[in-house]
Write a protein that binds this ligand. Structure first.
Ligand code: NAD
Length: 327
């Protein structure tokens, strides 16, 4: 298969590109190396995926460019069978201008969708987010839960997702939306809670929580996200659907910090700083639809996943830690 992974130098896109190459597919990555976090991590992701061609029939091509470039996107989409659309201004941050979320996440997605109208794509798989739900009316959220995002990021993801479904109905663009719940694992974005806690505890610094740590999150291991995406290469039962991709194993941020601390530096006290996060208080996925349509099952508890991440961190500390610490 020929597969375009937009945002393929990023965390999830980088893993997808690598895995697709390993599986023997021909992968094209579109990424503009947005400076949201350190470019060196994205270059590492590219290197890993490129190296995967050595042990596989698969091929890898990097196009450094912008998903907001309509002509470029049309060219790339026209040459493939599948699009895994990950390119986005990711993360819920108060210090990013709402319009940036809009232009990258909504206009960028419209470029992909418009290009798809002109071609014979097998499928677009869109990286949506639990942030589209906003304040929980009930938990776990199923896909029918009301969508009232509380952040510009969530609003942009919801708008992009709705466009995808409308293009599916009106223009027969095969579109599936996967709502990811806080994804973590090796090579994760350096500005996420788990990588920060692990880095600090490894260095004997107390883990630092923004806010009081009472927020709860449904953390999803990267391997499970890869499995769901790979199933969509041969499964059309989810076309036109929205699917939650979570772990169902929720944990408070405070308990998460304690879990990391207990593994790495049991004597440290947790410190609390002023919160800056503008996302929902709690997330928790009902994954029954993904289980039914894709056979999706989470593979790890959060404790198991954190231990695996710590083992990976130890092996990769020399190059990864400076990125987390902003050095
Ligand atoms: P990431 O920031 O690591 O990856 C996004 C990639 O998109 C980056 O490499 C970035 O350079 C690229 N990009 C940004 N703007 C671009 C542009 N204008 N043109 C081309 N490329 C551009 O983030 P991630 O964690 O890998 O997230 C991947 C996708 O999954 C995103 O769409 C994100 O919204 C979604 N998502 C992630 C999570 C999570 O917990 N990681 C949760 C829910 C949804």
């Amino acid at each position: 298969m020929d597969i375009l992974v937009t945002g393929g130098a990023g965390f999830i896109g980088g893993h997808l590109a690598e895995r697709f190459v390993r599986d023997g597919h021909d992968v094209v990555v579109l990424d503009n190396f947005d400076p949201y976090y350190d470019r060196r991590l994205k270059e590492h992701n590219v290197k890993v995926a490129r190296e995967a061609t050595e042990a596989s029939e698969g091929t890898y091509e990097l196009v450094e460019g912008d998903v907001r470039d309509e002509n470029l996107v049309a060219d790339l989409v026209g040459g493939v069978d599948y699009v895994y659309h990950q390119a986005a201004q990711a993360g819920v941050r108060a210090n990013i201008e709402p319009r940036k979320y809009h232009t990258v996440n909504v206009d960028g997605t419209l470029n992909v969708l418009d290009a798809a109208r002109e071609t014979d794509l097998e499928r677009i798989v869109f990286a949506s987010s639990s942030s589209v739900y906003g304040k929980a009316r009930y938990l776990p959220y199923d896909e029918a839960h009301v969508t009232e995002p509380v952040s510009p990021y969530g609003a942009s993801k919801l708008a992009a997702e709705r466009y995808g479904l409308v293009y599916g109905d009106r223009y027969d663009v095969p579109f599936v939306s996967l709502r990811y719940f806080t994804v973590y694992g090796p090579r994760m974005r350096p500005n996420m809670a788990i990588s920060n806690f692990v880095s600090r505890c490894t260095n004997g610094d107390p883990p630092e929580i923004y806010g009081d740590g009472s927020k709860t999150r449904d953390f999803t291991y990267i391997e499970d996200v890869l499995d769901a995406n790979r199933t969509l290469l041969h499964e059309d039962a989810a076309d036109g659907e929205i699917l939650n991709i979570g772990s169902t194993d929720t944990i408070s941020i405070e308990r998460l910090a304690e879990t990391v601390r207990d593994e790495l530096a049991p004597d440290l006290d947790i410190v609390y700083s002023e919160g800056y996060d503008i996302d929902a208080e709690h997330t928790h996925a009902d994954i029954s639809k993904a289980s039914e349509l894709l056979g999706y099952e989470p593979s790890r508890t959060i404790e198991e996943g954190v231990r695996e991440f710590i083992a990976w961190y130890r092996d990769n500390r020399a190059w990864y830690e400076p990125l987390v610490r902003g050095e």
